[in-house]
Design a protein. Structure first.
Length: 243
C-alpha cells in the first residue's frame, strides 16, 4: 500500500495514508466511522488500487454491497489480481443474487486463488446454497480435504463452524455438536461463537454474575429504604389516639 501511495505527492500521500490507517483501526468496532474515512481517502486518491480496495471493505462492513462490489471491481481492474474474487461473490449474495455467487465459484479465477482464498470461496458457495434453501448441497460443498484435515490452519475454525451450522440447520444435531467442538479446538482467537453454540447444544445456561450482584444490591437497597421509612414514620399524638 505504501508503494502504491508513492505515486502521489508526498503531502497528499500522507493524508491518504492517515485515512486508510483509520479505516483499518475502526472497521471492526465502528464500521460506519471506517466508512467515513474511506470516503475521504477515495475522494483524495480514487486512482490508487489500495484506496479502492479499502473503500470496498468499508462499504462491505456496513452492508453497502452494491457500492462494495463496484469498488472491488475497480481495484481488480487496476491490479489484475483475483484475491478479491470471494468477497465479490459474497457481495452478490448480499445483493440477493446467490445464483451469481455460485456461478463465480465455478469460474477459472478460483483456481488462481491461494489455499485460503479457495477455502473462502467454498464458504461463500455454501452460503449461497443455503440462501437458496439447498441445505444438503451446502453441506456437500463444505466437505473438502481442508475440512477433513486434522491440522489447524487460519481458516480451520470458520470452515468447521460453517459445516457445523449447516448440519444443525439440516437437523443433524449430533454431527453438528461434534463439529462445533472441532471448531472450538481450532478457534484460538475467538473468531467464532462456537463455544457458545456448543454450550447451547449441551443445555448449558450462562449466568451473568455481575448482573446478579447488581440485582442483589438493588434489592438490599430497596429493603433498607423500606426500613428507614418505617423507622421515620411519626407516631400518632394523644389527641389522634383519642380521636
Amino acid at each position: 500500500m505504501r508503494q502504491e501511495l508513492q505515486s502521489l505527492p508526498k503531502t497528499l500521500a500522507e493524508d491518504v495514508a492517515k485515512n486508510l490507517v483509520m479505516v483499518a483501526r475502526l472497521i471492526d468496532e465502528d464500521p460506519e466511522g471506517a466508512y467515513g474515512y474511506s470516503r475521504v481517502a477515495l475522494r483524495l486518491a480514487s486512482r490508487v488500487a489500495a484506496v479502492r480496495e479499502a473503500a470496498g471493505f468499508a462499504a462491505y462492513a456496513t452492508q453497502r454491497y452494491s457500492e462494495a462490489l463496484a469498488e472491488f471491481r475497480a481495484a481488480r481492474r487496476m491490479t489484475g489480481s483475483v484475491d478479491l474474487w470471494p468477497v465479490m461473490a459474497d457481495c452478490e449474495r448480499g445483493l440477493g443474487r446467490p445464483e451469481r455467487a455460485l456461478a463465480m465459484a465455478g469460474e477459472s479465477e478460483v483456481q488462481k486463488l491461494d489455499k485460503a482464498g479457495q477455502v473462502e470461496m467454498r464458504l461463500v458457495a455454501a452460503g449461497a446454497r443455503r440462501d437458496m434453501d439447498q441445505l444438503e448441497a451446502a453441506i456437500v460443498t463444505l466437505q473438502s480435504p481442508e475440512l477433513a484435515s486434522s491440522s489447524v490452519q487460519p481458516w480451520s475454525a470458520r470452515l468447521r463452524y460453517a459445516y457445523a451450522d449447516a448440519l444443525l440447520a439440516a437437523g443433524r444435531e449430533d454431527e453438528a455438536r461434534e463439529w462445533f467442538a472441532k471448531a472450538v479446538e481450532a478457534d484460538k482467537d475467538g473468531a467464532t461463537d462456537a463455544s457458545d453454540r456448543l454450550a447451547e447444544l449441551d443445555g448449558v445456561e450462562f449466568v451473568d454474575a455481575l448482573a446478579d450482584e447488581g440485582d442483589l444490591a438493588d434489592s438490599d437497597a430497596d429493603d433498607s429504604d423500606a426500613e428507614a421509612e418505617t423507622d421515620e414514620k411519626p407516631e400518632a399524638d394523644d389527641e389522634g389516639d383519642k380521636a
